[in-house]
Design a protein around this ligand. Structure first.
Ligand code: HGY
Ligand code: MN
Ligand code: MN
Length: 410
């Protein structure tokens, strides 16, 4: 059972058990501080305990397992990823990293081994930011970097983060108890699916992440005038959706022209939403990412100018709010080199690559050295039920992680 092959097979079965815990039957959606979050935490907590860890849920709703060192204590290696998902998600994004970290501890405890340092495995409670819009709430509680106004952010039902914590049985005032002092942390290691096509194109099972791209999230509200689709001449309209459409296309054009810049409009709502009514109000979101923070900020500024110009041209009004920004986060040279030596030691050709996707490691880089291992994504697909990584690649991932633990013994 404790071979990488046996552990990987168990990981794949556990992936399916976690995927069955969803707000929407048939597809996977598991948001922060919901009953499904609670059920996932309970399941993972049991697996942590079975692996020989002391598990608890922290003040932010992260599930945390600790495996003590051979002697005494000292700075711990933190490992893990997130347990929340996007809407209609794939089942590997986040969960794979948590389960592979637990598998590594299971390999140690199964062999009666303890290392010279403690290990802490974390299932972060909210990396995607689907419920409250702003990401890394679980990992920012661990790093102690949550700001006060975040607790007042409300979800689509108007429930604030503060209230949702209370409904979940937690208290925003206690959030500081989740923080890990930097002096107690050796490094943070995250295994995650690549969510892109690069490793598949290179025909490699795994990669070493060099940096996590920064991201900016905007909300846009366009206000026009609702009107009769049959009677208002085109020249007299204040069509909010036509203005928004120009803004959406500007996101595509501006970001396509940038250096390693990507831009996405993921949500667009139009009211009143009737076939024979000129839309009076439209809201949409914009997600801009880039390797370089300067390129991202330039793209965001150009997008905001274009949205405003498109709105003005039609006599409508645009309100643009930047509600989330995360700067790009470099992975530590020490951890990249450690992962590289580990890959070579298990016979896997190392390759280094940036991450276009955000990860808890970006937030954790405020606290400690971070390292990330990517595993190949079939077809590069992610944030989609077709998201998949093979059991063979999971075996490779577990072998690499175990080799990293040994490398860090030195
Ligand atoms: O959006 C992201 O990059 C990640 O999946 N949270
Ligand atoms: Mn994701
Ligand atoms: Mn993820």
């Amino acid at each position: 059972m404790n071979s990488p092959e046996g552990l990987a097979h168990q990981v794949m079965r556990r992936i399916d058990r976690l995927a069955a815990i969803s707000e929407t039957p048939g597809v996977l959606t598991r948001r922060y501080l919901t009953d499904e979050h609670r059920r996932a935490n309970e399941l993972v907590s049991g697996w942590m305990a079975a692996a020989g860890m002391a598990a608890h849920q922290d003040a932010a709703g992260n599930i945390v397992g600790r495996y003590e060192a051979a002697q005494g204590t000292g700075p711990a290696l933190l490992m893990g990823s997130h347990l929340d998902t996007v809407v209609n998600a794939g089942k590997f994004d986040g969960m794979l990293g948590v389960l592979c970290a637990i598998a590594c501890v299971e390999a140690l405890s199964g062999a009666g081994r303890r290392l010279s340092y403690p290990i802490v495995v974390i299932g972060f409670a909210d990396e995607e930011g689907v419920r409250f819009g702003t990401t890394y709430l679980g990992s920012r509680a661990i790093t102690g970097t949550l700001d006060a106004e975040t607790f007042e952010r409300a979800d689509a039902d108007g429930i604030s983060f503060r209230q949702a914590l209370s409904d979940f049985g937690l208290d925003a005032e206690d959030i500081g108890q989740a923080a890990h002092p930097g002096s107690d942390v050796k490094a943070f290691l995250e295994l995650h699916i690549e969510q892109g096509p690069v490793l598949e194109a290179l025909d490699l099972p795994a990669g070493i992440v060099t940096a996590i791209n920064g991201q900016t999230r905007l909300s846009v509200a366009i206000t026009g005038v609702a009107g009769h689709a049959g009677t208002v001449p085109m020249a007299l309209r204040k069509d909010a959706l036509a203005a928004a459409a120009e803004g959406v296309l500007a996101v595509e054009t501006i970001c396509a022209g940038g250096a390693d810049v990507v831009g996405t409009v993921g949500i667009l709502r139009t009211t009143p939403g009737a076939i024979n009514v000129i839309p009076g109000d439209v809201s949409f979101t914009v997600d801009v990412r880039a390797r370089e923070d300067g390129d991202r900020r330039d793209a965001v500024a150009a997008v905001i100018r274009a949205i405003r110009a498109g709105a003005e041209k039609r006599g409508t009004e645009a309100k643009v709010t930047v509600f989330h920004e995360a700067t790009s986060a470099p992975c530590s040279p020490h951890m990249m080199d450690t992962i590289e030596r580990a890959m070579i030691s298990v016979g896997i050709e190392p390759t280094r690559m940036p991450s276009g996707a955000g990860h808890d490691a970006a937030a954790m880089s405020a606290l400690c050295d971070v390292g990330m291992i990517f595993l190949r994504s079939d077809g590069g697909i992610s944030h989609n039920p077709a998201e998949r990584t093979t059991e063979e690649d999971v075996v490779a991932g577990i072998k690499i992680m175990l080799a990293v633990l040994d490398q860090l013994e030195g």
